[in-house]
Design a protein around this ligand. Structure first.
Ligand code: ZN
Length: 469
């Protein structure tokens, strides 16, 4: 007993000794910008370990600099919270290794990512690496597999559709499935388009009991209102609002239910594509403004987080891949990926932009501006590495696009800082520059509130209290 208490005291001493011995980082004379407080000028922030220890006016006598302290003179610079890309797929391109991807996130100031769909056996090495090398990787939050029905869309074996999903049906023990996923470390769930309405509702019921938010591609077989009533936590790509906002939504849904009978026995990816191609653009041309405002207000009231992923929604119209400066970012990818992306980018650039692509962009911007107007919570995410969206760089594009859609630069910053933290109920630890919060910070050379593009003008990135560059 004595030995045990001695060891305990020793270990407590060791832990506290370790914590207090980590060198402090003192960021002096900077302007603090976060989406919770007005810009604070001439401030000094003290970081120790993975925590913001104090924030003082520069020159305050409360801060005594010691010989071990690392001092960063940030005069004329701007400090923002570490950024999130809240829609990534770490396993989408096997040749694009997670170490490279993590590096690209960090060099772009992204200190947290949310992986929105990966089979856990394939994701595990990336998670293990993150756990073993916390100072080389962003914080990684993951849903595990897309939970889909039959025929599932991301089954693997078809080009562009790697295996990201699992199939469940009425007979699956959903509670056991969710318990297993929780044991594997997931902190939210992602459901997919081929689920039946009854399975979807049951899944959301169990997830709610287990305190997990569910973000979705709503099942194609059901309307958005019903999905919200089931306890929907979030949506991706503004999907399903095409149907929900259309004048003839009920008619489209009935057609959809017919198509889902899949009499041609198409694989899931082809069936999904057939449904979207035959319905999406017709629906976009047939918006009922009243209905649209009503459903968007309903999303706001029910706290359904939206990750519009404007980068992927506008990939056909904006074509970042056609820009030679964007193509330069491919040089940071493994050579095999670099070559294949460059070849495809050059080829695709030669095709004309279709009217449908332009219509989809205009509609996406319009819906995002309505989200903003009605107070829907917007989360920045990009779907990288899909659509030649280079990890890290794509988040800055997303911020630009959110501003183009009508958000202020500060609202765009909020979507990549506080709001994703709120999705995980972590707003007391992340998302703003406050004492007691995690030490994820980005020092910018120029003011992001003047021009959102300035989030790319990075001086230094601090991750979990460690300077990255
Ligand atoms: Zn995705």
């Amino acid at each position: 007993m004595k030995l045990l208490s001695f060891l305990l005291t020793l270990s407590i001493f060791f832990v506290s000794f370790q914590a207090s011995s980590a060198s402090r980082i003192i960021i002096e004379n900077t302007t603090l910008i976060d989406a919770a407080t007005l810009a604070r000028e001439n401030m000094t922030v003290v970081v120790q370990g993975d925590e913001i220890r104090s924030i003082e006016k520069s020159g305050s006598k409360n801060i005594i600099i010691g010989t071990e302290d690392i001092v960063i003179d940030a005069t004329g610079k701007f400090l923002i919270p570490g950024l999130w890309d809240a829609h990534v797929h770490l396993t989408f391109i096997p040749q694009l290794d997670y170490e490279t991807t993590y590096k690209l996130f960090l060099m772009n100031g992204i200190t947290s990512v949310r992986d929105t769909g990966a089979v856990l056996s394939k994701l595990q090495p990336a998670i293990d690496f993150a756990n073993e090398n916390p100072h080389k990787t962003p914080r990684v939050f993951f849903s595990g597999p897309l939970i889909d029905g039959n025929p599932r869309v991301y089954k693997g074996g078809e080009p562009g559709f790697p295996e990201l999903s699992i199939e469940v049906n009425e007979d699956t023990d959903l509670e056991a499935l969710i318990d297993d996923l929780i044991k594997e470390g997931v902190s939210f769930l992602k459901t997919y388009e081929m689920l039946s309405p009854s399975t979807f509702v049951k899944l959301l019921e169990i997830a709610k009991q287990k305190n997990l938010r569910v973000t979705s591609h709503i099942p194609l077989s059901m309307g958005l209102g019903n999905a919200v009533d089931a306890g929907l936590g979030g949506m991706q790509h503004i999907r399903n609002l095409d149907l929900a906002c259309a004048e003839n939504a009920e008619e489209i849904l009935a057609q959809r239910q017919e198509l889902l009978k899949n009499l041609d026995l198409l694989p899931g990816s082809a069936l999904r594509a057939k449904i979207h191609q035959s319905q999406r653009y017709a629906a976009l041309g047939n918006i009922d403004e009243n209905r649209c405002n009503k459903i968007i207000k309903y999303l706001a009231t029910n706290n359904v987080f939206q990750t519009p992923t404007l980068t992927i929604n506008t990939v056909g119209s904006k074509r970042f891949f056609a820009d030679s400066k964007w193509q330069d970012t491919y040089k940071l990818l493994p050579s095999e990926v670099q070559k294949s992306w460059l070849d495809s980018s050059v080829n695709l650039s030669q095709q004309p932009v279709s009217e449908n692509n332009k219509m989809f962009q205009d509609w996406s911007f319009k819906i995002v501006s309505l989200f903003n107007k009605h107070g829907v919570k917007i989360i920045a995410g990009t779907d990288t590495p899909i659509g030649f969206l280079t990890p890290g760089f794509s988040l800055h594009k997303e911020l630009e696009l959110l501003v183009e859609a009508g958000l202020t630069p500060l609202q765009a910053l909020r979507s990549a800082t506080i709001t994703p933290a709120e999705f995980f109920n972590l707003e007391s630890k992340m998302g703003t520059i406050q004492t007691g919060k995690y030490a994820d910070l980005v020092i910018l050379n120029s003011n992001p509130l003047k021009d959102i593009k300035n989030t790319k003008d990075i001086y230094k990135v601090i991750l979990k209290g460690h300077i990255q560059n």
